[in-house]
Design a protein around this ligand. Structure first.
Ligand code: FES
Ligand code: MG
Length: 571
């Protein structure tokens, strides 16, 4: 057995070892400090992150498993980010949460960690932290909410809000009915039950190998989640014994599998940014183009909202992620390992599809080629992404006049103006919403359509933005434009009336302005005024150091790993 990292605190007869042990005793047995792995439970439970509020109960099951296997469980509350509450966007704080968790794991007498997350940014920040501290780590995803229903139809988190609020704007749903749907949508503990970012990241974390295979997607109120948490607690102790750290088993092949899974589940575009950031922490050479190369021809097999009909509870009932992956087994890297030490593909043998409406077979996919497409052109020299499965087929090749907005406030002030010069063929452009510009790259890219066009029955338009889009949203939206306007990207130079052409098949996004004219243009003052200019605190640090979306929007000094080396004595 390897000498435990925590022994550097607890071993010996001297004054310092006395101090470390004495304060930690509080009823634990004497042998707690000799040879028993100290397992942190990095817990993002918080009442202000309602999607994760139940994680204390999950953590209690992890504790039991850790004890049972001979380890010592240690609750470690970490920064928690609630997607619906945190302003200006939870994404601004993802890197901060990752940094804080990484540093607290390193600073403490910890040998391994169980990561409890759920809401959108929580699993990404925990995995970024675990990758950088490189201690044995395993995720227990908090699980989705139970299905909602409203007026006899499934009502999914997020997706239902976008859909119903557009119906109110179009005059086909009353305000009273709209408000009544609130509690029909959020009816249990857990994270969003659509294929939004939370569901996507839980499933992708499993495909990556960081969750016990078969666990991701278990609904939050399901007893089997607690059973899995208990089992994971035991596993964490074993992982310490065999020194199974992220740096030892997360490879390019693991990310390959994550990208295949992302496409097959029809997952959120946000996973692109998060996976790039996690890879950046590991030193795995993953690029934006890998998503197109590996994922774009993978069929979408899961019929979940926002692109489809069902919700996460249905996916679990239908066989879950492993049943999906079994259909695309030939596309997976057979060598890529999981937290158990076994390759992911070995778990596919026993998987079955129990409902082919929810999980389609390879022979009858929902969308034949459904991954994320990476676009380039003079509007996005470093890339932009679009999710064809969530877009309108007739808009995938489109030319239209730009209608440009310098901020989300500018957009909201003018979009419903009856005199706004816009028609169904126009291309809505919103800038100043990238990592630096907003700051934090919020989910504002799925701009609501102009009311006068909604009233005419228009339901989708081409939209272009340097921000992100909620994984629960849909539409022909070109996202993550890099470089963003505030980082000197050409998006800052587009003017209302310029013609923009989108050709997803050719992977192009262009503005029809000659190169020399584009080079002569400078951003208008109103555009520049829309960019954030924080003077102090985290926002200042963030704006000064954040990288662009195409490399994961991490801070430049947080890429890579500092490892688990124990720091100097504190006294
Ligand atoms: Fe938390 Fe959707 S708001 S997962
Ligand atoms: Mg979201």
């Amino acid at each position: 057995m390897v000498r435990l990292r925590s022994a550097q605190w607890y071993e010996g007869q001297d004054r310092n070892a006395y101090i470390h042990r004495a304060w930690m005793r509080r009823g634990v047995p004497d042998d707690a400090f000799t040879g028993r792995p100290q397992i942190a439970i990095a817990n993002t439970a918080s009442d202000l992150t309602p999607c994760n509020a139940h994680l204390d109960e999950v953590g209690a099951s992890v504790r039991n498993g850790v004890y049972e296997a001979g380890g010592i469980p240690l609750d470690l509350p970490v920064v928690s980010l609630g997607e619906t509450n945190v302003r200006p966007t939870a994404m601004l704080w993802r890197n901060m949460a990752a940094m804080a968790t990484e540093e607290m794991l390193r600073a403490n007498p910890v040998d391994g960690v169980v990561l409890l997350g759920g809401c959108d940014k929580t699993i990404p920040s925990l995995l970024m932290a675990a990758a950088s501290v490189d201690l044995p780590a395993v995720v227990v995803p908090g699980g989705p909410m139970l299905n909602g229903t409203f007026r006899g139809s499934p009502l999914g988190c997020g997706t239902g809000v976008w859909k119903l609020s557009e119906e109110v704007r179009a005059g086909t749903l009353s305000q009273e009915q709209f408000l009544r749907s609130e509690s029909a949508m959020i009816r249990s503990r857990g994270h969003c039950n659509t294929m939004g970012t939370a569901s996507t990241m839980a499933l992708v974390a499993e495909a990556l190998g960081t969750v016990v295979p078969g666990v991701a997607g278990t609904p939050a109120p399901d007893s089997r989640l607690l059973e899995a948490a208990h089992h994971t607690g035991r596993l964490a102790v074993d992982m310490v014994a065999v020194d199974r750290r992220p740096g030892t088993f997360l490879t390019k092949g693991s990310f390959h599998n994550a990208i295949v899974a992302l496409a097959a589940i029809g997952g959120s575009t946000n996973a692109v940014v998060h996976l790039l950031a996690i890879a950046g922490r590991l030193g795995v050479d993953l690029t934006l183009d890998d998503f197109d190369r590996i994922g774009s021809r993978v069929p979408v097999l899961v019929d979940l909202q926002p692109a489809g009909r069902f919700l996460m509870e249905d996916l679990h009932r239908a066989g879950g992620l492993l049943a999906v992956l079994r259909e695309v087994r030939d596309l997976l890297d057979p060598e890529a390992l999981t937290v158990t030490g076994e390759p992911l593909v070995t778990y596919l043998d026993d998987a079955s599809i129990w409902d082919t409406e929810v999980i389609r077979t390879r022979a009858e996919p929902l969308v034949a080629e459904g991954g994320i497409a990476v676009l380039r052109g003079n509007l996005a020299p470093d890339g932009a992404v679009v999710k064809p499965a969530a877009a309108s087929p007739h808009l995938l090749r489109h030319r239209g006049r730009a209608v440009v907005f310098d901020s989300i406030e500018d957009f909201r002030a003018r979009i419903d103006d009856p005199d706004l010069d816009v028609d169904a063929d126009s291309v809505l452009v919103l800038r100043g919403c990238g990592p630096k510009g907003y700051p934090g790259m919020p989910e504002v890219s799925n701009m609501p359509l102009p009311r006068k066009l909604l009233e005419q029955g228009v339901r989708d338009m081409v939209r272009v933005c340097d921000g992100r889009m909620s994984g629960t949203a849909y539409g022909t939206v070109v996202l993550h434009v890099a470089p963003e306007a505030a980082a000197g990207g050409p998006l800052a130079l587009v003017r209302t009336g310029d013609v923009i052409s989108l050709d997803v098949g050719a992977r192009r996004i262009e503005v029809d302005v000659p190169a020399d004219e584009l080079a002569r243009r400078t951003p208008d003052q109103a555009t520049v005024d829309g960019y954030a200019a924080p003077r102090r605190g985290w926002e200042r640090l963030y704006v000064d150091h954040v990288m662009q979306a195409d490399t994961g929007a991490d801070l430049d000094f947080l890429t890579g790993s500092s490892g688990f080396e124990v720091g100097r004595e504190s006294h």
